[in-house]
Design a protein around this ligand. Structure first.
Ligand SMILES: *[C@@H]1O[C@H](CO)[C@@H](O)[C@H](O)[C@H]1NC(C)=O
Ligand SMILES: *[C@@H]1O[C@H](CO)[C@@H](O)[C@H](O)[C@H]1NC(C)=O
Ligand SMILES: *[C@@H]1O[C@H](CO)[C@@H](O)[C@H](O)[C@H]1NC(C)=O
Ligand SMILES: *[C@@H]1O[C@H](CO)[C@@H](O)[C@H](O)[C@H]1NC(C)=O
Ligand SMILES: *[C@@H]1O[C@H](CO)[C@@H](O)[C@H](O)[C@H]1NC(C)=O
Length: 447
């Protein structure tokens, strides 16, 4: 069953991509629900002999790991990264009124506009930001020789967007803390912000305050669950916490080193519950870990109301992802009255760009200029309906980066990842400096 399910998604999905509206994809997702639910082990299910260290933090290891189980990811994120041509279909499903974002009511939709060449880019050097930037994402350190992708700036259509400089950011964030919580794409945004704020310069004065948030490397782990840095001059803290699913993960048997984890779809990560009172700006994201392969290899068992899930609609990955995103946004919104100063954002999905195949069938993204000659976003609505729908009617804001990033297929790591397996390309993560810098400019414009 699994084989045909996955078999379907590799070749045929490519056709779907080109030809079929996302509603069709959703129908397929629902049709598969009974199969999917039968794959879920019962509580305390079969033990698998994997070392502890592999249960978390897989995404650094290599492209294969990073893309592991993404065979059905195309299916899962289809709704989120559908081509612009399907916008009409989407708006008829969601309704035009439904996707108005808070930023628009403030007079500007930063997600509408165009990429323009700018010789003052990049804002920091990919050679220089060694203190914060992972070498696997610093494309200047790889064999890549084309860098035009560093020289595009996002220009919103009807408004000016403040240029993000270190001094402006720090003075606006005096005595404040900004937290990114999410998957490796959230970590990219965090590293990008560190580089933008320091302008790529070495900053020995910046303090590592991870211990204040319990972010210390535990025995047997390759790295901590996150990082927190403080700029003493303004008492500004920038932190990142790794939560790929935005769910609370709870070991089902703490004495068992290879335990399954309850993945509480309706419960925010305990880190967020514990520290939300200290945050002034919060940026959440998830998306690319929502596939069967990753859930299985992480031994995550979906739970709702503290019990193993029995709802077939939620057991389907797309349903679970949707349920979780709505749940966490709703929870954050319910906390906001307690923290009037907190500005909370849900960041829409970062698009992937595998052409002529998928991550494991030779898919590539090695264009040196954007594939679509058109570098403009004209639509008012987000092309990530889950993100847009989840914040609707809440005070959580949408940080809408999907359509903007969708135009930038040339900005991925591509085949240049230091650890890339020959023949495999990373068309999910971005080169830094690069596209996530713009996500931070959009964020800065709204805080
Ligand atoms: C931001 O910097 C660009 C040059 O990189 C400049 O053209 C633009 O006017 C600046 N914008 C603002 C709002 O200062
Ligand atoms: C730094 O900011 C925090 C609030 O984020 C405040 O509680 C603390 O007193 C400040 N520390 C200093 C030294 O100003
Ligand atoms: C930052 O915190 C310090 C210590 O609490 C205080 O003296 C200072 O006025 C604060 N600055 C701002 C901009 O809130
Ligand atoms: C928990 O794991 C330990 C070690 O593997 C095992 O001995 C014990 O039986 C498990 N407990 C339950 C309730 O499954
Ligand atoms: C996502 O969940 C929300 C809230 O339960 C629901 O209204 C919406 O229809 C769901 N969307 C999809 C695509 O499943």
């Amino acid at each position: 069953m699994k084989g045909s399910f996955y078999g379907l998604s590799t070749k045929q999905i490519t056709l779907f991509l080109a030809a079929v509206a996302f509603t069709t994809i959703l129908l397929i997702g629902w049709a598969k629900a009974p199969i999917v639910s039968s794959l879920i082990p019962s509580q305390g299910g079969v033990l698998r002999l994997l070392p502890e260290t592999t249960t978390k933090h897989k995404e650094d290891s290599d492209v294969k790991q990073l893309s592991e189980g993404e065979k059905d990811l195309t299916l899962v994120t289809q709704d989120s990264v559908a081509p612009l041509s399907s916008v009409t279909t989407k708006s008829s499903v969601i309704g035009k009124e439904d996707v108005k974002t808070p930023s628009k009511s403030q007079g500007c939709n930063y997600a509408k506009g165009k990429w323009i060449p700018d010789d003052n880019r990049p804002l920091y050097s990919g050679f220089g930001c060694k203190q914060w930037l992972s070498s696997m994402w610093a494309c200047r350190l790889t064999q890549r020789t084309d860098f035009a992708y560093e020289k595009l700036r996002w220009q919103p259509k009807n408004c000016e967007m403040d240029n993000l400089t270190g001094s402006k950011f720090l003075s606006r964030m005096q005595n404040k803390t900004i937290a990114f919580i999410g998957d490796s794409l959230g970590r990219q945004q965090f590293q990008s912000l560190m580089c933008m704020v320091t302008e790529g310069e070495e900053r020995p004065d910046v303090l590592n305050v991870g211990w204040e948030y319990g972010l210390v490397k535990e025995k047997g782990h390759v790295r901590p669950d996150g990082w927190a840095y403080r700029f003493p001059s303004t008492n500004t803290t920038i932190l990142y916490y790794w939560s790929a699913s935005l769910c609370d993960l709870e070991p089902l048997n703490i004495t068992n080193p290879v335990t399954d984890y309850a993945m509480h779809l309706d419960r925010p990560p305990s880190f967020l519950r514990r520290y939300i009172s200290r945050f002034d700006v919060l940026v959440l994201n998830t998306g690319h870990h929502w596939n069967r392969g990753k859930l299985e290899s992480n031994r995550w068992i979906m739970h709702i109301s503290g019990k193993p899930n029995t709802d077939a609609n939620i057991a389907a990955i797309a349903g679970a992802k949707n349920f979780t995103i709505y749940s966490i946004v709703k929870w954050v919104n319910s906390e906001l009255p307690k923290y009037p100063g907190l500005k909370a954002f849900y960041r829409s999905i970062s698009p992937r760009h595998f052409f002529n195949g998928d991550w494991n069938t030779g898919g590539t993204c090695d264009n040196t200029t954007p594939r679509s000659g058109n570098l403009e976003v004209l639509e008012d609505e987000s092309i990530d309906p889950i993100a847009a729908g989840s914040v609707k009617g809440t005070r959580v804001k949408l940080l809408d980066i999907t359509a903007i990033s969708q135009l930038r297929d040339e900005g991925h790591i591509s085949r240049y990842s230091i650890k890339a397996t020959p023949g495999m390309q990373d068309c999910l993560h971005w080169c830094l400096p690069g596209v996530p810098d713009t996500w931070n400019e959009l964020l800065f414009a709204q805080i």
